[in-house]
Design a protein around this ligand. Sequence first.
Ligand SMILES: [Zn+2]
Length: 510
Amino acid sequence: MRWISLIVWLAVIAQPVLADAKGAITAMKPKVTESREGAFDLSGAVRLLVGESLLKAKSPAYLPIQKRLAKEQGKELAAEEPGRKLPEEPFILVGLLKDHPALRDLEAAIKPKLPEGGLGDEGYLLEAAPGHILIGAVKPAGAFYGVQKLFELVEKGKISAARIADWPVMKMRGIHLYLTGSSLPAVESIVTELAPRLRLNQLIVEINYHFQYKSHPEVAEEGAVSREDCRRLAELGKKNFVRVIPMLNCLGHQSWADKTAKLLKAHPEFDETPNLPANNPDIYCRSWCPNHPDVNKVVFDLFDELIEAFQADAFHVGMDEIFILGGKDYRNPGEPDCPRCAGKDNAELIAKAINDYHKHLVGKRKVQMMMWGDRLLDSKTIPYGEWEASANGTAPAIKMIPKDIVMCDWHYEAPKDFPSVRFFQDQGFPVWPAGWNRVDNTVLLAGCALKNMGPKMVGYLATTWTSPESVVGGLTGDEKILKQQNISGLADSIRKGMEMAWEGSGEPSG
Ligand SMILES: [Zn+2]
């Protein structure tokens, strides 16, 4: 057979849209594609061979293809360890490169087109030929994404012969979602159904007080998730190569409109401005007092419970848009309302809080700490407004805190440049740019991240700020949900952000 080779490097080629009619997610364009003649028939009697290292480690990487083949064949299908000689009958081999000479041969053949450092942890090689499919990777995550690509190539039960190599440009491709008891099914379906297709590998779940805390049941909201719910979500994350990161808004964001969150309701003694009216008129969000002698005892118990429930290796402490600090709202000057914080410097106050949380999370619990970055940007020198940067004196805190905190650098407008993406890296911090629901914002921000890809630029984060149900509806093309305000733009932005984070392409920014 004569093989026709067509090499495509970051080229625009037509990729099949996923088979389900509702699906609005298009497949990622692989960085290397060599098209060949013939096709592999997935609907016949296909054997599944799985490399020793995936089997021994009980890796979930090959489970989706095992499930798919079992469905095609109407029976349970064993994952067999391949012998040195591969079978005559049609088979799919999934493994790490070290598991089989056929996978190493494939790597050798395609090597000149791979990046200098190799495939990396999430890259894969895929060869589809009339008699076999080979999927090889360096790490299980790569094998998992190779299997996902295989699904995307199926058309009418067949896979056109080709050699493909692909790998992500950005390491952390994340989404931020609210998690409550009622939104749990939607969050689970994002992890199991949508994340693999979007190549999404990080999920921040903002929980706050929507957890059935055992240490402080008085702060739990109605309809909160249980430890078992969180454990299950984390397990689903592992199966789908999604790291689940719990989040609790610290210090600020202790109220929203006229509703004060459960911590300050149960513990009014922690309120930074106890004399402001209870229904929060003219208050953006209440804060807790970073100097109250008992507040961290409660908060650290909450951290510990969430870390244990998710078996998390990272924790997000929120800390965006803190306007009430030092006993008063900087936008409503008046006498300070907190005897402990009155007259103190806002940068020192916020640095103390950050250092306290870091000491517990990183020092004691050994997890990675993340936070929103806006209070550490000075709106006088970095041209964002008072929301995306600080106009209340907190910015000098950036010199007073540890450099291993991941700065989630959120920006939702569409300026030509985002200087904070460079600023955080220059200051020594890992930076994770985060966009929202405008495609122009996403293209410019992710584009800025790609242009400034130092070793500390960790990826792209999609924020949602709506119900996870609406996120699912938007991403699966639910027409009713797409008519809700901003959902269409949000769904397009999430897709675009993940596409740029994986492919590394996108329209030029600036
Ligand atoms: Zn105080």
